[in-house]
Design a protein around this ligand. Structure first.
Ligand SMILES: [Zn+2]
Length: 240
């Protein structure tokens, strides 16, 4: 075989490899971009939906959680790497449906003369049903959702490890309270950005205030600027 033929074969193999890879990425983007509105609002059943996988129980702090199928392998890689440093990155919460968010929300809600005050209190740490990133399966609460845990030696060590390493696995802290709007800082809430960024774009395109309904105080969503302040009130690194 002449040298030029060998060269051609190698060259075309390399090109086809890259084409296939590009195709794969494009297919994924299409898959995320054509997502149904109900998915974005958490109105799906994770145990019946092929988009979700069960997280192995030993990685969950309490009950078994569901997570986006394209996020699980990256979380596992991060978990194993952290484990080598003696850090146990257990999941407190991953996918949450509209109904489970509604349960959390309505439990925190109470009747008052000033409903806005009540809602703003809940919104320090909890999302209105239909506006939570947990609906997408791309976001996880790690370690503990208690502020005090992150003041313990174990909590500080784990959080520092996440700050230094999580980005390398595609995970980003969402609520850093920079630029100081929306939710308070949550050291436990991390998103797998390569997938979540598509859902945030879709959310912007598809969801309107008419979709934020069926829970206590939902009529105040627009007045409180939920989309601008909370859904898009996230760390600026997430818009890169
Ligand atoms: Zn969370």
């Amino acid at each position: 075989m002449s040298k030029s033929i060998v060269f051609l074969i190698i060259f075309s193999t390399i090109i086809s490899f890259f084409l296939k890879d590009n195709e794969k990425i494009e297919n994924k983007e299409n898959q995320y971009s054509n997502i149904d509105k109900n998915y974005l609002l958490g109105k799906v059943k994770a145990h019946e939906d092929t988009m979700f996988l069960k997280i192995p129980q030993k990685l969950c702090l309490k009950r078994t959680e569901y997570i986006h199928k394209d996020v699980l392998p990256h979380y596992l890689k991060m978990y194993q790497e952290a484990e080598k440093q003696g850090i146990n990155l257990k999941i407190v919460s991953a996918f949450r449906s509209f109904d489970s968010q509604k349960w959390i929300w309505n439990n925190k809600f109470y009747e008052s003369q000033n409903k806005i005050d009540v809602i703003l209190k809940i919104l320090k740490y909890s999302a209105m049903p239909g506006s939570s990133r947990h609906h997408w399966g791309t976001d996880i609460d790690l370690l503990s959702t208690q502020l005090s845990y992150f003041e313990t030696n174990e909590g500080i060590k784990a959080y520092n490890w996440l700050c230094e390493n999580a980005n390398n696995f595609g995970f980003y802290q969402v609520y850093t309270n920079k630029p100081y709007i929306g939710y308070y800082e949550e050291k436990w809430h991390w998103t797998y950005l390569p997938v979540a960024k598509f859902y945030l774009e879709e959310y912007k395109k598809q969801i309107s205030y008419e979709d934020i309904k069926d829970f206590q105080g939902s009529e105040f969503a627009k007045e409180l600027n939920i989309f601008e302040k909370y859904v898009f009130g996230i760390d600026s690194l997430l818009f890169k």
